[in-house]
Unconditional design. Structure first.
Length: 295
DNA sequence: AACGATCCCTGTTGGC
DNA sequence: TGCCAACAGGGATCGT
């Protein structure tokens, strides 16, 4: 189940492989929790860490607005899980970098980092466990949504991937590295550091290339790489390793990490050509690439 | 407007 | 063995 660290793999590399939830992990999570929430009334809502509700102007609105209300559809855009809630509200959950949603019975012991709990009328608890608290829970009215940063969120990388033409328009004249643009959730939503590296490798494009310098062919190759990479991650339940890593709500670990071509594989041979994978920092994030395959 | 840097936060790691 | 600085990262925000 877990990838065994090779002798060449440093402890640091193994650490880096600890998964951070990106689109496939979030979608896997959404699919697990949706049936337990949709159509159910929330009978108790407990924000145990104020910081988790920081995106609301009045953090206590999170509890006050959700309690007693019925949940509608549970959807997703990018890395945001967005549930419709009766009263024309939107309940947003973002897992940040160490967040995990669990479905649990009240008698099950809870993790010390359980920062938010919503109990449904059926007695099941949705627990948001997040040691580093980069994740958050918010409840917005339509006006609040429109005036929040959510209005800048780009189209979902899986469900609403822009055409090559649209991508080219969005990237035109940009001097920022293409890796940074892939991470920019206003352009396309859902791609994080791990999948960005994998997508660029599949598209054979170097991470530091200025976004505006990509040819039409390269943009098309980049676009074509997005879906297979994300769907492969989805099929394998997301990237996961180690105890801190992303775990599915039922506790199973994802196995996508076994399939990574470049991320966290610094110094290991490229699966295409055998050249050692290199690491550079782009946009304050580690980037892994094959210096021969990727141009 | 675009873009880079900084901050938030904490478990784990590696160096001493 | 034990301590502690460094590191990882998504997104908001700020300065240039």
């Amino acid at each position: 189940m877990f990838r065994r660290a090779s002798p060449a793999m440093t402890a640091t590399a193994a650490r880096i492989l600890a998964g951070v939830p990106e689109l496939p992990e979030v979608e896997t999570t959404r699919r697990c929790i949706a049936p337990a929430l949709e159509g159910r009334r929330l009978v108790d809502v407990d924000v145990r860490r104020d910081r988790m509700a920081r995106r609301n102007d009045r953090p206590r609105d999170v509890r006050e607005r959700l309690t007693g209300r019925r949940v509608g559809g549970v959807g997703r855009i990018g890395k945001f899980i967005i549930a419709e809630v009766e009263g024309d509200l939107r309940w947003i959950m973002h897992l940040g970098m160490s967040g995990r949603l669990q479905l649990a019975n009240p008698d099950m012991p809870d993790d010390v980092h359980t920062n938010f709990v919503a109990t449904t009328e059926s007695g099941l608890e949705l627990r948001f466990v997040d040691p580093r608290t980069f994740g958050f829970v918010a409840v917005f009215t339509p006006d609040e949504w429109d005036s929040s940063s959510m209005r800048h969120l780009g189209p979902d990388a899986l469900d609403a991937l822009p055409t090559s033409r649209e991508l080219q328009d969005r990237l035109a004249h940009r001097t920022t590295p293409i890796k940074a643009s892939l991470l920019d959730q206003r352009i396309v939503a859902g791609i994080g550091n791990i999948y960005a590296d994998e997508i660029l490798h599949r598209a054979r494009i170097g991470p530091v290339r200025p976004a505006g310098s990509l040819s039409g062919k390269e943009i098309a190759a980049l676009r074509r790489a997005v879906r297979p990479i994300l769907e492969d991650g989805l099929r394998h339940g997301g990237t996961s390793l180690a105890d801190l890593a992303y775990l599915l709500p039922d506790g199973r670990a994802g196995t996508f990490v076994d399939r990574l071509a470049v991320y966290g594989r610094t110094g290991e041979p490229c699966r295409n050509c055998g050249t050692p994978i290199e690491r550079v920092v782009v946009a304050q994030r580690s980037s892994h690439f094959c210096p021969v395959c990727q141009r």
